[in-house]
Design a protein around this ligand. Structure first.
Ligand code: TYD
Length: 137
């Protein structure tokens, strides 16, 4: 990875032949934190849809694209990187102080996000200039 504070977390599915796949995600075993919240994003019908555009001070997250695909643009304040998420068994860990934007949602994309804490608006950095100042510290 070119940017800091991120990595792929791959979880191989249990393949049950004609009966499909089963994938298990256990916190602390697969996820590097205790999962306190799960949310999902769907109905991404517009090709102009754009989500994220913020960083978190403390929150850690792992994002799975359960269906379809999307692009996650990451920026650690120094380096930028675009990542294509297109497989249910390859999640993206997004650590702290990482500006992230999700776009280019395709084929009925469904994102499932596991988070290390409950929703706290105060944990968001939504101003890009403030993010750059925080990243430089
Ligand atoms: P936001 O995190 O900005 O969405 P995204 O990063 O996907 O673009 O959240 C959008 C709105 O939803 C915002 O008003 C806060 C609210 N929200 C909650 O109330 N609880 C949550 O757990 C999340 C993730 C968002």
């Amino acid at each position: 990875m070119k940017v800091k504070n991120c990595k792929f977390i791959e979880i191989p599915p249990i393949k049950d032949g004609i009966d499909g796949y089963l994938t298990v995600i256990e916190d602390t075993k697969h996820i590097p934190f205790e999962v306190k919240r799960v949310y999902f994003i769907n109905h991404l019908t517009s090709k102009f849809a754009l989500r994220g555009r913020h960083a978190h001070r403390q929150l850690e997250q792992v994002m799975y694209c359960m269906n379809g695909s999307c692009t996650v643009s990451l920026d650690d304040g120094y380096q930028k990187q675009n990542i294509s998420l297109n497989s249910a068994d390859k999640g993206l860990y997004i650590g702290t102080n990482l500006w992230h934007t999700m776009s280019e949602f395709r084929e009925d994309c469904v994102l499932v996000v596991l988070a290390s804490d409950k929703y706290k608006e105060a944990d968001y950095i939504r101003d890009y200039q403030e993010f750059l100042r925080t990243a430089a510290k």
